[in-house]
Each structure stands twice: as C-alpha cells, then as structure tokens.
Design a protein around this ligand. Structure first.
Ligand SMILES: [Zn+2]
Length: 270
C-alpha cells in the first residue's frame, strides 16, 4: 500500500528531486520497456521528455551514455545473471554521469541474478551513490531476494496479462465509457461473474490500460493534476488487488472498488 505509483516516481523526479535509488518494475523486459523509457526521458530530457530531441532519441535507441541495460549474457544458456556482470555494473556506478545528473541502471529479468550477483548488488543498494538509479525489471518480484526487495520500491505495472484481451475480459474502454448508474451496475455484475483469480487478472489488465492512458495524457499535458488523478485511480486498483490476494470477500471488494472508481471518474450514484 505504501509503494509509490510509477506516477509518484515521475512527480518526484520532475518536481522534488526526491528519487529513491532503486525501483522494481513488475513486468517482462518487453512489457516494461515503454515505462522504463518514459521514466528515462523524463529524467534525462531537458524538456522533461519531449520525445523529439537527441536525448530522447538516445534513450529509445539505447545509446544514451547514462542509461545502462543489463541482460543475461548471450552466451548464457541458463539465462542467469552472473556476479561478474553485476560487478561490471557496480564499477560504472563509481563514475559520474556523462551528460545527465544521474545514471540509470536497468537490470532486465532481475530475478535471474544468482545469489552471488544478488549479494553484490545488495551492497551497492545499501550504500547507494546519489547519482545512481536502479530499475529492476522482473515479472516475478517474489523471486528476488527479500533483502533486495526490501531496498527497492515496487512500481505498479502489470504485464502478466498480455493475452487476457482475447478471453472475454472487460476492456478499459468499457470502464471509461461509463456515464450513469445503469452502466455502472452492469460493470459490477460482469465483474462479479469472475472467480477470484480471474478478477485479479481482470483488474491488472484494467490497471495497466489505465496507466497507459494516463501516460498519454501526461505526455500531451504534463501537469501535476493529471498525475495525482492517475495516481488515485491506480491506487484503487492496487488496494482491490491486495484485498483479493488476501482472500477478501469478492463482492465487497468489487462493490468498494467500483464505488470509489466511478466516484473518481465523476459518475453520479443514485
Ligand atoms: Zn527530449
């Protein structure tokens, strides 16, 4: 519950200079890439992420000298991230950034770090350089060492649900179109037909779409208000998902979630 939203991260980066030094981005490397790039351009671009300048281009083409992405070695059949890779990364944290005020280190499939690699990273996370920011990308947060998890904050991002679109799940447009009570009740009824696990998946799917929409709005109109609003919506999803994971009463969770969600969206109740 206390985890900052990805939008918090942006707010902090853009306005308060209060970055944490390590974040966990929940998702596959491909799924997380848009968010990682959005965060990097927000941090590096002199215009706060214009998408057009040479700095933004460097991020997209992975040629920015202050953005490092670590993947499992290509010759590694096991896909394991080894100690020597983390050691090389740690060496880079000792150097100052080349052209930005900080360096961003992305570790893709961070769950693939073996114990030695994890422990080497842990040392760096315990005594972080103020000029380093780590983004640990993993679809399996629970496979990270608890000590690593405790030193990084989780960003809300759910990409486990890439294929749910075909399975008759509610789409974000269905939620976004709701204007009056009858439509709202129809959504509630539809959500209540799902078992607990599908409901979690459904909410993750909607949360991801919600975040993507927020990001589009934010790029078009970068304002704190846009972000705070998005943050409130994303928080509702997180709360509902947490309650479901804790085996909360499905009907209560759905009722509570829909009540707050549609209130925020400005749908009047009878
Ligand atoms: Zn730019």
């Amino acid at each position: 519950m206390q985890q900052p939203r990805a939008v918090d991260f942006l707010i902090q980066a853009l306005t308060h200079d209060r970055l944490s030094h390590a974040y966990i981005v929940r998702g596959t490397p491909v799924g997380a890439q848009p968010l990682v790039q959005a965060l990097a351009v927000a941090l590096f671009c002199p215009q706060g992420g214009c998408q057009h300048c040479s700095v933004c281009e460097q991020v997209v083409t992975e040629t920015n000298p202050d953005l490092f992405t670590l993947r499992a070695a290509e010759d590694s059949k096991s896909g394991i991230i080894r100690l020597k890779q983390i050691e090389a990364l740690v060496q880079k944290t000792l150097l100052p950034p080349v052209q930005s005020r900080l360096q961003v280190f992305v570790i893709e499939n961070a769950e693939a770090m073996n114990t030695e690699a994890s422990n080497a990273l842990l040392k760096t996370l315990e005594e972080p350089s103020t000029q380093s920011l780590f983004l640990l990308v993993t679809p399996h947060v629970q496979r990270l060492l608890p000590t690593i998890r405790s030193r990084a904050q989780i960003l809300p991002m759910n990409t486990e649900v890439q294929h749910a679109d075909q399975a008759g799940f509610l789409q974000w447009a269905d939620m976004a179109q709701v204007r009056h009570e009858e439509q709202k009740q129809a959504i509630i009824s539809q959500l209540l037909t799902r078992n607990q696990q599908d409901l979690i998946l459904q909410l993750q799917l909607l949360q991801r779409a919600c975040w993507q929409e927020a990001l589009v709005h934010f790029r078009a109109q970068p304002s704190q208000r846009t972000l705070v609003y998005a943050q409130q919506l994303l928080q509702l999803f997180d709360t509902a998902i947490e309650q479901l994971l804790a085996h909360g009463n499905t009907k209560l969770v759905v009722d509570f979630f829909c009540h707050d969600f549609f209130r925020l969206r400005g749908v009047r109740s009878r």
